[in-house]
Design a protein around this ligand. Structure first.
Ligand SMILES: CC(C)(COP(=O)(O)OP(=O)(O)OC[C@H]1O[C@@H](n2cnc3c(N)ncnc32)[C@H](O)[C@@H]1OP(=O)(O)O)[C@@H](O)C(=O)NCCC(=O)NCCS
Length: 200
């Protein structure tokens, strides 16, 4: 009730960071797990909105932004941009932690230094995406609507497929991706990759 999907605007960026954190523990609130509240968003939300704003959509209600879908149309191009533009200043800001640091912050900082490496499925399914809704927006068909908005835009861009990764603890998201038409591509110790062919 009272939800709207609209294109991303630059002023939404702090909300993307916030939602990324509030859904960052396999779909649940990760804010107790990180000392730095921006680390997850630096990798999993902000770069997409900044590089591909025309592929970023937000869900809003009277309280404000309560969900998003974002991604890239070509994972190899995105990886190159991450390496050349987005990650270098973050690597300066967050030096590599000592080996013995097992905190979640340290793990994210190591990921920032490792960089984004495209899935082997990115050749056949070039795009990838992330979708996150706050609890007040979940379970009402809005994730499906956001996903359809994103997929329609990919079709307009003539993209021929999209893939995504989901952790095995996130059983709700796995069920969602299957219901909205994604097929299992590969199983990993950490979770699954799903894909969807498009008429690109
Ligand atoms: C996963 C998520 C995007 C799904 O969006 P949603 O709005 O809750 O899902 P919808 O209401 O649009 O559901 C669409 C379909 O998926 C199914 N589905 C959604 N969540 C489900 C769940 N937890 N368990 C079982 N089925 C589920 C619905 O039953 C529905 O099926 P139907 O349309 O055939 O009846 C959303 O719940 C979310 O953002 N969760 C937290 C963050 C997260 O986990 N993101 C994914 C990270 S990989």
């Amino acid at each position: 009730m009272g939800f709207t999907i609209r294109p991303y605007q630059p002023a939404d960026l702090p909300e993307l960071y916030r939602i990324c954190l509030l859904t960052g523990d396999s779909g649940a609130d990760a804010s107790g797990l990180y000392r730095d509240p921006e680390l997850l968003g630096h990798f999993y939300a902000a770069p997409y909105a900044i590089r591909e704003p025309d592929l970023t959509f937000v869900l809003t209600d009277v309280q404000g932004v309560c969900g998003y879908v974002l991604g890239c149309r070509d994972s190899y191009d995105f990886a190159a941009w991450m390496e050349n533009e987005w990650l270098p200043p973050l690597r300066q800001k967050y030096p590599l932690p000592p080996e013995g640091d097992t905190s979640r912050d340290a793990a994210m900082i190591r990921l920032i230094h490792k960089g984004y490496i495209p899935s082997r499925w990115a050749r056949a399914y070039p795009a990838h995406l992330h979708i996150d809704l706050l609890p007040r927006a979940q379970g009402q068909g809005l994730g499906r609507k956001l996903m359809n908005t994103f997929l329609e835009r990919l079709c307009e861009f003539k993209v021929r497929g999209v893939h995504l990764g989901v952790g095995r603890r996130n059983v709700g998201a796995v069920a969602f991706y299957r219901r909205v038409g994604f097929e299992l591509l590969e199983e990993f110790p950490w979770g699954f990759e799903y894909g969807l062919k498009l008429e690109g």
